[in-house]
Design a binder for this molecule. Structure first.
Ligand code: SF4
Length: 261
């Protein structure tokens, strides 16, 4: 059995890598601008200044986005505009952050876990409590016991509740809170479920890679990510910390009314 210890990485790891990526991109752009100044000036003497100002403006907006995340993590109210900018910066620079992490010998999964921590923090901070019927638990198919003959991806209630895999535990939670549950085999099915159910918030269970891409794809839909446990290796009879899911649902589900932000 392959035991897994999922240490919770610091949020600052991801923030530092995104900031480093942004700085690298800004410095490269400034370098390119500097070598092009003579050529640009030949076209128009105003062009170098106009382009320089544009580069400065874009860099400032991007920096504002990152500052917005940092302030939100520190507990300050952050206007939606800055959080929107922050997500654009994250989406744009995420691949570069992963590469810088690699150069520093930091595993991709560690960076992704740090990103999920940042994202969860931001979502929980501005979390709108939602009516149970507007909340969806989205789980990967690998939580189902591999030998189970019942097809639950079309209808999770085909589960016979034998208790041999976490599907039963998740169904218990859907009954407790009145929320929706979908077990999906991949991104396409997940997108279809989101399209049909149109939830206001999602509690997604998956590995680092799928949670990272899912959270980014679903934005601005609030998604709380829960990492699955893989005692038998990836994508096979995976497990869930059901108490963690229970506690998160308590936070997310409105008992009687929807509170708006
Ligand atoms: S709990 Fe449901 S899905 Fe899991 S093994 Fe039993 S019948 Fe199959």
């Amino acid at each position: 059995m392959h035991l897994e210890i999922s240490a919770r990485p610091k949020k600052r790891l991801f923030l530092a890598l995104i900031l480093a990526s942004l700085m690298l991109a800004v410095l490269s752009t400034i370098g390119l601008w500097a070598v092009s100044v003579p050529g640009l000036a030949d076209i128009s003497r105003y062009l170098p200044a106009i382009l320089g100002l544009l580069i400065g403006l874009v860099a400032l907006i991007a920096l504002g986005g990152i500052a917005g995340i940092v302030f939100a993590i520190l507990g300050f109210h952050t206007p939606r505009f800055f959080l929107g900018q922050a997500w654009s910066v994250i989406n744009l620079f995420f691949p570069m952050a992963i590469r810088i992490g690699k150069l520093l010998d930091i595993e991709k999964e560690t960076v992704e876990r740090s990103f999920i921590e940042v994202s969860n923090h931001l979502v929980r901070q501005k979390l709108v409590k939602v009516k149970p019927e507007r909340l969806l638990i989205l789980s990967p198919h690998c939580i189902q016991k591999d030998t189970c003959p019942h097809k639950i991806t079309r209808n999770v209630y085909n589960c016979k509740r034998c208790g041999q895999c976490p599907v039963n535990d998740l169904l218990n939670l859907t009954e407790k809170y009145g929320v929706n549950l979908a077990v999906v085999t991949g991104g396409t099915l997940a997108r279809n479920v989101l399209k049909n159910l149109r939830p206001q918030a999602v509690l997604a269970i998956a590995c680092e890679r799928d949670l990272t891409s899912g959270i980014q794809d679903a934005f601005p839909l609030p998604v709380i990510g829960v990492l699955n446990q893989r005692p038998f290796g990836p994508c096979f009879n995976t497990r869930i910390d059901i108490e963690q899911v229970d506690a998160l649902l308590q936070d997310m589900v409105a008992a009687r009314e929807v509170k708006t932000s």
